[in-house]
Design a protein around this ligand. Sequence first.
Ligand code: ACO
Length: 331
Amino acid sequence: MAYAAFRSIGAYVPQKILTNEDLAEMVDTSDEWITKRTGIKERHIASDDEYTSDLGVKAARQAIERSGIALEDIDMVVCATISPDYFCMPSTATIISTKLGLKNVTAFDISAACTGFVYILSIAKAFIESGMKKNVLIIGAEKLSAITDYTDRGTCILFGDGAGAAVISATDNKDEAIVDVHTGADGEYADLLMTPNGGSGSAHDALEEEAGVFMQMKGNETFKVAVRTLTKDVKEILEHNNIASESIEHFVPHQANYRIIKAVGDALKMTEEQVVLTVHKYGNTSGASIPMAINDIYEAGELKAGEMMLLDAFGGGLTWGSALVPFSPLK
Ligand code: ACO
């Protein structure tokens, strides 16, 4: 049987930085409020002519380069995004594939908001274990600034742009294999986080007037469901695999809010050294946040071969997921 190994990581953030002070000039907020309630200090914002696929391509090139796997051996590209280059089609994954020069690949996007990266990890694992694919490039890429309402202080302080990518490849060595991925969803909570305009749920006449697809969020309710669901989910994946939280080298949660990360980390009795934190410098980059955070520890020299990562994420849908992933580079 083939197993799926997490070979490499890459990431990219656009140059422009939007600070809390900048936002305080745009809406009624303050650096103090944002820092205290979210832990965010700044986020990166793509330029007008920089699309989600451009961010994704840069992260993907780095991940492929670091994987030791030849570009032409990539046989599938999956992109997690809620801010695709184009609404409906073509998919951002197909655009990224072409910009990378990939031919003869299967390529598609998935929509699972902030849980997107965990979802595409499970897809890569399933395709590889079934023998259908050998080397899958997974990308979380977001230009959330394009779907953020910069007059709404409840959401605009949270989101940033960026991309992260990983190469997952087949191995027959079980020690290298992704241990487990859990994913879940509950549409009962769909209205907590949504982009209500612009889809088939909008009246056709309204589409011209309601061109914007800005995110709306019931932040406080989302916060409570996030803490409850994530704590339960990560405990379950650890128990299910008989792994103690002390043996996790890197707990890599979705970077939405420092208080959510702290609450879940405390419930798992994680130490500060185990918890990966990037929310202060990137904000919430939805599907890109987990691979961007993994890239941070990789570039800091803190992620070593064989070390176990526990990923967890929560987002619009609602969706959630967790994963137990050893870092298994080829070289
Ligand atoms: N600056 C100043 N005051 C503000 C701001 C702001 N930016 N935003 C809201 N407030 C005010 C509110 O109006 C409210 O005032 P009131 O008491 O006079 O009515 C007060 O602050 C408290 O508002 P809450 O919404 O209760 O604040 P909370 O502590 O919940 O923090 C936040 C809000 C940061 C949005 C938090 O709820 C959160 O992080 N939620 C979860 C987000 C999340 O994880 N989303 C899922 C992933 S995202 C995705 O899938 C794309």
